[in-house]
Every structure is written in structure tokens, then in C-alpha cells.
Design a protein around this ligand. Structure first.
Ligand code: FAD
Ligand code: 2HG
Ligand code: ZN
Length: 480
């Protein structure tokens, strides 16, 4: 079990009794209370199969009131809970560690309203991101975020992890796009911050407490989010590049040549693409290159935008920054190229086990760690790097045939030490979850960590919300 792997002790929470199950059945209908072992199993295992919990029960509320009743009961009886969205999280935050009760929001999937003038969408937290994107597209809008897990992840999960994704460069992060939130605190109190205003300086901006707090401060039940206008013209370039130095020069040039229409600047090294193409049986539309860059533009004039991207391609092929590439405005081709990029996350799993690292680094140091790790790991595993260059966020995946303690010890805490040395963040967009609390100090000052503890204590004094996640245990030496 993950708990043994990470040497965590179960805290002194209540143990589920049949009377508790009866209570939950009286609040929810019987079919929304899962207790059968095989029904519960998928909710205990995370997407990358790194973590496995031992929950005995999954609750699927349909309304905020049901969430409130569940939490109020759990708080009184000191029963720990694990809020869960689409269970696509990559840091083990979405699955229980021991026997926490899973509260899965899949049935809270109603769209409440859309103002197609302001772009304000209000919906329940269990709406799937792709469904929302399809819905707002019919009203000439798009969701401000997009990620490979869009077909399964929930907007509530996105908000709780402060997900970044593929178009953050253009539309900013969720702290900017989220207009309002309704959330339920540990004691069942419904906190109503569900406003749709862009400007609202009436005191503390409480919605931000729930953005990125990974289910440790409350269960997000409703969301108001700003949707930008659907771009009339989308073009995509996929380019081969000789080395990382040239890739950075290309990024600088893309910002000045493409200006306001630049919406994504993604990179992948040769190993990322070759492994993905091979394992997922895809085809690479350009040849074999040391690095690949994917540039997308969102604009309002198709001829003008694709001309601009084509001009950029010719100019940079002439300068030598681009070795070869393709530019397209055809939706099917765009989809195929994005599919290669989005498949990298899952491709390594086909070989067995993947250690995943999601870090922010200064751009000058962005790729160094991949090279350092390759030397350190040797032939024990494949190390590859890809990510959101425009956001200074690289994903380093270490793919091996199976989990090994030896490899784990080679990787951690080394990676986090290296990230801290250059002032990076040990979690750029995936969160801290269960996998990183013991490393959070590499990126969070003691005083900031204390304020996090104070907030947790005030909002969830019994600590029932997603225990063992995000916040590290206070070391015995600091307890007095
Ligand atoms: P879950 O995995 O179910 O939960 C994630 C965390 O949020 C957990 O701590 C959980 O307790 C909490 N939580 C979930 N719902 C709620 C709620 N309603 N209230 C309170 N807490 C809640 N992430 C990125 O940032 N960028 C990417 O580009 C990206 N690409 C991905 C690609 C793939 C193929 C996969 C599998 C994952 C990717 N991720 C990415 C990670 C993941 O998809 C995101 O973290 C996503 O936001 C999680 O949403 P979810 O609904 O699956 O949440
Ligand atoms: C991506 O950008 C995701 O593809 C997943 O954030 C990264 O799995 C990973 O390492
Ligand atoms: Zn990512």
C-alpha cells in the first residue's frame, strides 16, 4: 500500500460503522452509496497507479445540501474524507490513503447559467471540462483552460489543483479566470462566494483559498468562471529544433513575431516524442529531431494568422532555429498534432511504472535537470522532459519497468534539492497531494507554511478533509 511505501501512520479518525452507512443511505439514494469492494476499488487507485487507498465507501452526492449533510456528519463523528473529481490528479491527492470516505462529485454535473455577453459560466463542480468546452463553444466562447485529461477531469478538480494546462500562456491561470466559488467547509457550512463579477473588492478574496488547496479546506460545489471568446482562427505549428539553446531563442522570437495571437508554446524532447509515437502507435508528421516545439495561435483572421505563422516558419528556417516543420489551420490536423503532445503523459505507463515530476524552473535552467538525471539514473530507466515552456514549467518523467526503492532514492529528494537551488518550485501545476508534502519546504518558507497550518486549523479543526495531503506533519521537535 502507498501508506507503507511512504511510511505514514493512520491518524486517530473514526472507523466506518454500519450505522454510518445507513445514515449516508438516508441522505443519498442507495445507488449513490457504494460499499461493494469491487465497486469501490477504482476510486481507491489513482490514474498513474502510483497510489492505492483502502476506502470502504464511496458517496456520490447530487446537491450542495447533500455534501453539507455528509460533511457535517463526518465532522461530528471524526470520519475522514477524500474529495474526488475525475481522479486524473498526478500527485495522489484524489485517492484515500487509508479508509477515508470518498466523496465523488460525478453527479454534480449541471450547467446553471451562461452569460454570453460577459462570458460568465456558472456550473456545478462535477462538470467534465470537455463537456463545458463543447457547451460554451456553441455560444462562441471557450474554456480558459485545456489539458490532456479534459475528457475525464472535473472543473472542481481543476480548481482544487489550480490546473494550468496548454493555454495558460494566453488566458492566464485560474486565480484570474475563476469569478466565484461555492464550497462546503468541513463542518458542513456552505460558503457562498458564487459571484460572477470581474471586480469585487469587498474584503478578503476567499475564493482563492479554494483554488489549489486540493480538497484540504473545503469541497468545491459550484463554480463561476470567465470564458474567453472563441477564436475565429486557430493555427498550429509543429517544429523540429537542434538544441535547447535554439529552442529558447525560438521562444523569444515567437513572442515578438506572433505577439498577441500566441496561445501555446510547448516543447518535448526527442525521447518524449519517440516513446509516445512508438507506445501509442501514432505517426510523427515531421522527421526525427532532438527537440520539438508546438506553437498555437488564437486570433480573429485566418488568412492573416496563418500567414503570420508561415512567415515565422520561413524566417526561422532561414535563421536555422527551425530545422523543419509544418503549419496547419485544418482542425483534423491540429487535433492529431495535439494528440501526440497530450499522449506523452500516459505513454510511459505502457512500459510499466513512471516517476513524474512537475516543476517550475527559470528558463535558462529549464532543461538542465533532464540531462543531470539521465547521467544519474543511467540505464535503470528512461528520462524525458516536456512541458509548457511559456510558463517555465517542465514535466520530467522517469519511466521504468516497475517501481523500485533504489530508483526512488536516486531521484528523491535529489530532484527537489536541484529545483530549490535555482529558486524553482517543486510543484508547478499538479499540486502537492500525497506525494510531496514532505518536500514542500523546498519551495515554501516556514512562515508561509505556518499560515497554511493556521488556515487549515481554522477551517477544518478536526482535520477530516483530505488528511495526509499537502501539509506535512509537524516534526516532533517543533511541537512544543
Ligand atoms: P481529481 O484528480 O479527482 O482530484 C485532484 C485533487 O483535487 C485532489 O486533491 C482532490 O481531493 C481535489 N478535488 C477534486 N475535486 C474537488 C472538489 N470538488 N472540491 C475539493 N477538492 C476537490 N494538470 C495540469 O495542471 N495541466 C495539465 O496539462 C495536465 N494534463 C494532464 C494530462 C493527463 C493525461 C492527466 C491524466 C492529468 C493531467 N493533469 C494536468 C493533472 C490533472 O488532470 C489535473 O490536476 C486536474 O485538474 C484534476 O482534476 P480531477 O477532476 O481529475 O481531480
Ligand atoms: C501535461 O502537460 C500534463 O501533459 C501531464 O501536465 C504531465 O504526466 C505528466 O508528467
Ligand atoms: Zn502539464
Amino acid at each position: 500500500f502507498s501508506s507503507e511505501k511512504y511510511a505514514v501512520k493512520r491518524k486517530n479518525f473514526g472507523i466506518l460503522k454500519s450505522a454510518d452507512v445507513e445514515y449516508f443511505k438516508s441522505v443519498l439514494s442507495e445507488d449513490r452509496v457504494l460499499t461493494d469492494e469491487s465497486d469501490v476499488l477504482p476510486f481507491n487507485i489513482d490514474w498513474i497507479k502510483n497510489c492505492r487507498g483502502q476506502s470502504k465507501i464511496v458517496l456520490k452526492p447530487k446537491t450542495t445540501d447533500e455534501v453539507s449533510q455528509i460533511l457535517s456528519y463526518c465532522n461530528k463523528n471524526r470520519l475522514a474524507v477524500c474529495p474526488q473529481g475525475g481522479n486524473t490528479g498526478l500527485v495522489g491527492g484524489s485517492v484515500p490513503v487509508f479508509d477515508e470516505i470518498v466523496i465523488n462529485l460525478v453527479h454534480m454535473n449541471k450547467i446553471i447559467s451562461l452569460d454570453d455577453i460577459s462570458g460568465a459560466l456558472v456550473c456545478e463542480a462535477g462538470c467534465i471540462l470537455e463537456n463545458l468546452d463543447n457547451y460554451v463553444r456553441d455560444h462562441n466562447l471557450i474554456m480558459p483552460l485545456d489539458l490532456g485529461a479534459k475528457g475525464s477531469c472535473h472543473i472542481g478538480g481543476n480548481i482544487s489543483t489550480n490546473a494550468g494546462g496548454l493555454r495558460l500562456l494566453r488566458y492566464g491561470n485560474l486565480h484570474g479566470s475563476v469569478l466565484g466559488i461555492e464550497a462546503v467547509k468541513a463542518d458542513g457550512t456552505v460558503v457562498d462566494c458564487l459571484r460572477t463579477l470581474k471586480k469585487d473588492n469587498t474584503g478578503y478574496h476567499l475564493k482563492h483559498l479554494f483554488i489549489g488547496s486540493e480538497g484540504t479546506l473545503g469541497v468545491v460545489t459550484k463554480v463561476a468562471i470567465h470564458c474567453p471568446a472563441l477564436p475565429k482562427a486557430v493555427s498550429l505549428g509543429f517544429f523540429g529544433v537542434e538544441n535547447f539553446e535554439n529552442l529558447l531563442k525560438l521562444y523569444k522570437s515567437a513572442k515578438s513575431s506572433l505577439g498577441e495571437i500566441l496561445s501555446a508554446f510547448e516543447m518535448a524532447d526527442n525521447k518524449s516524442i519517440s516513446l509516445t509515437v512508438e507506445n501509442c502507435k501514432l505517426s510523427n508528421p515531421i522527421g526525427d529531431y532532438p527537440f520539438y516545439v508546438l506553437i498555437e495561435t488564437h486570433g480573429s483572421d485566418e488568412t492573416h494568422d496563418s500567414e503570420k505563422l508561415n512567415r515565422f516558419l520561413s524566417q526561422e528556417m532561414e535563421s536555422g532555429l527551425i530545422l523543419d516543420g509544418t503549419v496547419t489551420s485544418e482542425p483534423a490536423k491540429i487535433k492529431n498534432i495535439w494528440h501526440i503532445r497530450e499522449s506523452i503523459a500516459g505513454a510511459g505507463l505502457i512500459n510499466g511504472y513512471v516517476f513524474k515530476y512537475d516543476v517550475s524552473l527559470p528558463l535558462r535552467n529549464y532543461y538542465d535537470l533532464v540531462l543531470t538525471l539521465r547521467t544519474r539514473v543511467g540505464d535503470r530507466a528512461r528520462v524525458y522532459g516536456y512541458g509548457h515552456v511559456g510558463d517555465g514549467n517542465i514535466h520530467i518523467n522517469v519511466s521504468a519497468s516497475k517501481y523500485s526503492k533504489e530508483l526512488y532514492a536516486i531521484l528523491e529528494p535529489f530532484i527537489y534539492e536541484e529545483v530549490a537551488k535555482v529558486g524553482g518550485s517543486i510543484s508547478a501545476e499538479h499540486g502537492v497531494g500525497f506525494r510531496k508534502p514532505q518536500f514542500i519546504h523546498y519551495s515554501k518558507d516556514k512562515t508561509a507554511l505556518q499560515l497554511m497550518r493556521d488556515l487549515k486549523q481554522s477551517m477544518d479543526p478536526n482535520g477530516i478533509l483530505n488528511p495526509y495531503k499537502v501539509l506535512p506533519d509537524v516534526p516532533d521537535i517543533e511541537k512544543d
